[in-house]
Ligand binder design. Structure first.
Ligand SMILES: [Zn+2]
Length: 179
């Protein structure tokens, strides 16, 4: 197990369309999944996509838990999502705060569908069809965007709508910043 370097926005692989995976059982994919899980855990992220570590493949990990950055996040054990698709949305979007391990130190209010129907394969190649709502729907849309070469910055009207993490802390919990 090793942790991988997380690439930052501007790297070409982060703006490329990633390729579907046809060899889920291969040693390379199994190792990539192990390494992505340890990388996202160390970075305390709620998700990470293969392009963020330089692999242009349609694979991401979702792993939600309450944290300083996402205090209301639900608990979700690390889930492997391969060749994902959104098959339906409820056409209703809401704004929520997002950050990204590939856009260090920035946060923004990003519009996302509040309910989506999704299809994907897990690490055993088993097909899943699920409805995701709220924060989990948000993570899925954020990570799927990475597979299509999009970061949350491209979802904003203006790049300047993203603010520094310190500013964001002052907005969400001004009392915690007395020190
Ligand atoms: Zn991201």
């Amino acid at each position: 197990m090793s942790t991988l370097t997380i690439l930052q926005r501007g790297e070409p692989v982060l703006s490329a369309i990633a390729k579907p995976i046809h060899n889920i059982d291969s040693a390379e994919i199994k190792q990539l999944i192990i390494d992505l899980k340890s990388t996202v855990a160390l970075a305390k992220g709620v998700g990470i996509a293969a392009p963020q570590v330089g692999q242009s493949l349609r694979l991401f990990i979702m792993c939600s838990a309450p944290s300083e950055r996402y205090p209301d996040a639900p608990l979700l054990a690390p889930s492997v999502i391969i060749n994902p698709e959104i098959t339906h949305t409820n056409n209703e979007q809401e704004l929520g705060w997002e950050g990204c391990l590939s856009v260090k130190g920035k946060r923004a209010l990003v519009p996302r569908y509040t309910s989506i129907e999704v299809k994907f394969l897990d690490e055993n190649g088993i097909k899943h069809a699920q409805t995701l709502t709220g924060f989990l729907a948000r993570i899925f849309q954020h990570e799927l965007d990475h597979l299509d070469g999009i970061t949350f910055i491209e979802r904003l009207d203006h790049e300047s709508d993203a603010i520094d993490e310190q500013q964001w802390r002052n907005i969400i919990s001004p009392t915690k910043n007395c020190d």
